[in-house]
Ligand binder design. Structure first.
Ligand SMILES: Nc1nc2c(ncn2[C@@H]2O[C@H](COP(=O)(O)OP(=O)(O)OP(=O)(O)O)[C@@H](O)[C@H]2O)c(=O)[nH]1
Length: 205
């Protein structure tokens, strides 16, 4: 893994003006982004999130998952806190890629759950790796984190690269009639800590 910093620009959003830092994995060609807000101080715990790409949820308003809701809430929380970061990692579909995720969704439309669908396609339930986060966090100057996630594997990934995760901040938003079973499988089979996901089912057919 070789991560190269490329450039930084402003990213105005509904929640405030973030800075957007672009990185390239020169071995795989994958392009990753770190968003930062406010001043980050290596001596102070920073509110942050590692977010894996979900084109359908983050950009296409899908209600099949909670991804878009989590991303927006994380950005809002960071802006309200006055500082923070999001590492936006290009590992779509828990690492299987967009087209395979659509294949998996096709199987889920026929009754498989999110784990079974991956496995029927010959993939592990979660193929993600987090080795790119160390150079990205080093670049933005973060060492202590209040990590917004329900996923214990992300906490471990941070700790494995030497980050001090001073707190796990639950990010339980976006539950609706279309993703209820998906969230239950994440909790039952993938170990996500999701006891109190907020039910915001105001979406009609
Ligand atoms: N293979 C597969 N991937 C999915 C499905 N639904 C969502 N995803 C992907 O799951 C990933 C979710 O990423 P995150 O929201 O960062 O992480 P998480 O593991 O849910 O953990 P949190 O930090 O608690 O949100 C994204 O890469 C999505 O594209 C699905 O049904 N099948």
């Amino acid at each position: 893994m070789s991560i190269k910093y490329v450039a930084t620009s402003k990213l105005p959003t509904p929640w405030g003006i973030f800075a957007m830092h672009g990185f390239e994995d020169t071995e795989t060609g994958k392009e990753h982004v770190a968003l930062t807000y406010g001043e980050l101080d290596a001596k102070t715990p920073v509110l942050g999130r590692i977010h894996s790409e979900c084109l359908t949820g983050d950009a296409l308003f899908s209600l099949r998952c909670d991804c878009g809701f989590q991303l927006q809430t994380a950005m809002q929380n960071i802006a309200e806190a006055g500082s923070g970061f999001i590492l936006y990692l290009r590992q779509e579909g828990r690492g299987i890629g967009l087209l395979n995720k659509i294949r998996a969704y096709e199987l889920q439309d026929q009754g498989a759950n999110t784990v079974e669908a991956n496995e029927r396609l010959g993939f592990a339930a979660d193929m993600r790796k987090y080795d790119m986060i160390a150079p990205m966090l080093a670049h933005i100057g973060v060492t202590q984190v209040r990590l917004m996630t329900n996923n214990p594997r992300k906490v471990k990934a941070m700790q494995d690269v030497g980050m001090d995760v001073v707190e796990r901040v639950p990010l339980q938003v976006g539950k609706n009639r279309y993703n209820e079973a998906y969230l239950k499988t994440k909790s039952d089979a993938l170990g996500h800590m999701m006891s109190e996901v907020h039910f915001n089912d105001d979406h009609q057919d």
